[in-house]
Design a protein around this ligand. Structure first.
Ligand SMILES: NC(=O)c1ccc[n+]([C@@H]2O[C@H](COP(=O)([O-])OP(=O)(O)OC[C@H]3O[C@@H](n4cnc5c(N)ncnc54)[C@H](OP(=O)(O)O)[C@@H]3O)[C@@H](O)[C@H]2O)c1
Length: 265
């Protein structure tokens, strides 16, 4: 079984939710951690918790919506620490707005955070992994990466883009002994709906029932790490909502009838 003990792991979106739990679980395993998010204060709290378990935990806050910042942080991290053994692209925001109301600037902002930042960070760590002849790259998608549903147009687009990019990368990286895992969570108990943005870029600010009744973030993180270790190409994590993915694959006509009825909150 793969172990991340004493191996260098970089996690984005580590200040909250799934990323926080990934950080804690990997710290408990003795991984050496680089943690990122955009909120230095919240990130510091998680880093302090992790330091109770691991001897090495560095904080690198930066804004995933700003490509120059993503680029320069990636350069600094790679130049400072060398080869990353596991990169988990996890930071992200969700959306609560109709296509007809959403200006393209909001679509671009969501794509920058939820997709392009993943591309930039992955390209930054890839040469080191190829040189080392080993490595793991993970990307947090969503069941919205398998089907679109109301109020999630840009979010679903970004998550679908993750599949195209990382499936291609998986095929290209395999000869270099680099594993690529895409996680497709359903509804997980995190603050994602609070941080989701509306058509004006304002925070939705509501804990939606979908999140509140979802799978605990720790359970999600456990399954995510297990899938990475098993070098699984993809993993679906959640409760009964995951069924929709299979309904779309097996019974597309039924799926297109019922998708309009999914409660988007
Ligand atoms: N919860 C779910 O039901 C669910 C379902 C499917 C997929 N996901 C995916 O899981 C991932 C983690 O989300 P979560 O559920 O754990 O939500 P969360 O609790 O809101 O955490 C989101 C993380 O992303 C970071 N982030 C957001 N915008 C950022 C920015 N501009 N720059 C840097 N960091 C940023 C946040 O950090 P700061 O706030 O500190 O910047 C936070 O650490 C996301 O990719 C999300 O799409 C979640």
């Amino acid at each position: 079984m793969v172990s991340f003990k004493n191996r260098l792991v970089w996690i984005t979106g580590a200040s909250s939710g799934i990323g926080r739990e990934l950080a804690l679980l990997l710290a408990e395993e003795g991984a050496h951690l680089i943690l990122s998010s955009n909120d230095p204060k919240e990130l510091s709290k998680v880093a302090d918790e992790c330091r109770e378990f691991t001897s090495f935990c560095q904080e690198y806050p930066f804004d995933l919506s700003k490509p120059e910042e993503v680029n320069s942080t990636a350069e600094t991290v790679v130049n400072t620490f060398g080869n990353i053994y596991l990169l988990i692209n996890n930071g992200g925001i969700s959306q609560r707005s109709l296509v007809k109301d959403t200006p393209v600037e909001i679509d671009r902002r969501i794509m920058e955070i939820d997709y392009f930042s993943y591309v930039i960070l992955t390209k930054a760590v890839l040469p080191g992994m190829i040189e080392a002849g080993e490595g793991f790259i993970a990307a947090t998608s969503s069941i919205s990466g398998k089907f679109g549903f109301p109020l999630r147009s840009a979010y679903a687009a970004a998550k679908h883009a993750i599949q195209g990019f990382f499936e291609t990368l998986r095929a290209e990286a395999k000869p270099h002994n680099i594993s690529v895992t895409i996680a497709y969570p359903g509804r997980i108990q995190t603050n994602i709906s609070l941080h989701a943005i509306d058509s004006k870029g304002n925070k939705h600010g509501v804990m939606d029932p979908g999140q509140q009744n979802g799978m605990p973030a720790r359970e999600c993180a456990k399954r995510y790490i297990r899938a990475i270790k098993k070098r699984k190409p993809e993993v679906y994590i959640g409760k009964s909502e995951i069924l929709m993915v299979h309904i779309k694959r097996l019974f597309p006509r039924l799926f297109f009838r019922i998708v309009t009825k999914i409660k988007p909150t």
